[in-house]
Design a protein around this ligand. Structure first.
Ligand code: G6P
Length: 478
């Protein structure tokens, strides 16, 4: 395969993602249209260290689909952003990415709405971006493409003659072959993934699912543990579980005890215990099931009702133009009303539901004062809220994480209370157990999870992926 045997670790880093954490014109950091979390910070650090480009969507819709790439350079890093036309955004992002790839990768075949124009739009926008990117790339650059929006990026770059090392990391789950086969343009997608040199997933289960897809499509041949040969190329398929900077987050949470919003929250609780959930408003997050489990907990435990436990669900709206998202927004809002109406009292709102985006500092402080963290997605690639909740705890009085077995994080955080989020009563019982867990057990579980987080920090993740991509690992292997 092109470029396979040379080490190019001295080249620039080129990061490609739909959302780009470009600093604003004033220099403040941020992401186009979403908050910049640990991932953005880690990628910025890697970009700064090697110098490079962060390329992606500007977050803006433009009438002129040929508006030039907007380039902004800060030190050794250039941010290169492209607008999208309304039609491109609808077909590529709202359509194929979020009505076909997202639901199917999250095992929701019932919510998949494939359409031929959306498929065409997805490949068209990828080709459009690839052409723009190809003009900026130098022979020694290492290219790192992120997430489901840009699966065909490498295939288009190869067509344009790009022989660079190109890696892909999928932030969301990759399903088993029987589910993956429901993807529109499935064969083309599989073939496109084989144009990379490294294909990374969140968990070993996801990586194995993908390897099985290649086998079932009669495309893949094993070539050593993580090596695969398919469609005439040899590449690495491996798990790179993403993480956070646990120490930095712990410090942020400690400082955030003084955050005004956190203080207001604490004051308003008047000593009542707090349970917290934080998720984008997405059907994959299991928010409805979680609210039911919380209600079941209150009904099961008279003591909890007596102590007037409060659950705070922070849920910024997401992808509201996609009909399936508009629907889940209405359903969750309705359910919050039902539970509060049924179980609340004149001086107690059991469930506080907020659609606001909150700062990382406020969230860190809220995690810290919450006795229980509920992370109960029906399916999730990793889920960094689970890791952040753990890192934010007070070492001598830590809270308890209740974690879905279907979150990638459950493969690492074995000391959480692991639940099946579809089993409402069992999840309710786990909330009860978490709420009354003795201090010694809480400390032991928390300590074990912190050890895991410290052993695999976000810097580790970046370094491991880039090492694989740099070609060094391949040289060692062959
Ligand atoms: C998930 C995806 C990201 C995406 C984020 C927010 O975490 O893996 O790629 O950026 O959701 O969704 P949005 O559609 O607003 O970018």
């Amino acid at each position: 395969p092109a470029g396979a045997s040379r080490s190019v670790s001295d080249g620039r880093l080129v990061v490609v993602s739909n959302r780009v954490a470009a600093p604003s014109a004033s220099g403040a950091s941020g992401a186009a249209g979403s908050g910049a979390g640990g991932l953005a910070v880690a990628l910025q650090a890697a970009l700064k260290a090697r110098g490079g480009i962060w390329f992606g969507w500007s977050g803006k819709v433009s009438q002129d689909s040929n508006a030039p790439v907007q380039e902004r350079t800060h030190g050794s890093v250039t941010y290169a952003l492209s607008d999208l036309s309304r039609r491109d955004l609808d077909e590529y992002y709202h359509g194929f990415a979020n009505r076909a790839l997202w639901p199917i990768c999250h095992y929701r075949l019932d919510l998949a709405k494939p359409s031929a124009p959306d498929s065409a739009g997805y490949f068209r926008v990828n080709e459009f971006f690839a052409r723009r990117l190809a003009r900026m790339i130098r022979p020694n650059d290492v290219i790192w493409v992120h997430d489901y929006h840009f699966i065909p990026m490498a295939a288009f770059l190869r067509q344009l003659g790009c022989a660079n090392r190109i890696g892909f990391f999928l932030h969301i789950p990759w399903p088993s072959p029987d589910v993956a086969r429901a993807l529109p343009a499935y064969d083309r997608i599989l073939r496109a993934m084989s144009a990379y040199d490294v294909v990374g997933f969140q968990t070993e289960g996801d990586a194995e699912n993908f390897r099985n897809c290649l086998v079932q499509a009669k495309a893949g041949r094993a070539g050593g543990d993580v090596w695969r040969e398919a469609y005439g190329r040899r590449f690495q398929v491996d798990a790179f579980p993403i993480s956070i900077d646990a120490e930095a987050f712990a410090e942020e949470a400690r400082v955030a005890e003084k955050n005004v919003l956190v203080k207001r929250m604490r004051a308003s609780l008047e000593g009542r215990p707090l349970i917290i959930g934080v998720d984008r408003l997405d059907y994959s997050k299991g928010i409805r099931q979680r609210i039911e489990a919380f209600a079941s907990f209150l009904e099961q435990s008279p003591l909890a009702a007596k102590s007037r436990v409060t659950m705070l669900q922070v849920t910024p709206k997401s992808r509201s133009e996609v009909p399936e998202y508009a629907k889940i927004q209405r359903e969750v809002a309705e359910q919050v009303g039902i539970v509060n109406g049924k179980l609340g009292d004149v001086d107690w709102t059991p469930l506080r539901y907020i659609n606001k985006v909150m700062s990382q500092s406020a969230l860190a402080g809220l995690y810290r004062i919450a006795r229980v963290g509920l992370v109960t997605p029906l399916r999730d690639g990793m889920n960094l809220v689970a890791k952040e909740y753990v890192a934010a705890q007070t070492p001598d009085d830590p809270g308890v994480l209740v974690l879905s077995q279907f979150a990638g994080a459950a493969q690492e955080l074995h000391s959480a209370l692991i639940v099946n989020p579809y089993d409402i009563e069992a999840t309710g019982a786990a909330i009860a157990r978490a709420s009354s867990m003795p201090l010694a057990e809480r400390k032991e579980r928390w300590g074990a999870m912190m050890d895991v987080l410290r052993a695999n920090s976000i810097d580790n993740w970046t370094a491991r992926f880039l090492q694989a991509l740099g070609g060094d690992a391949e040289l060692a292997d062959s």
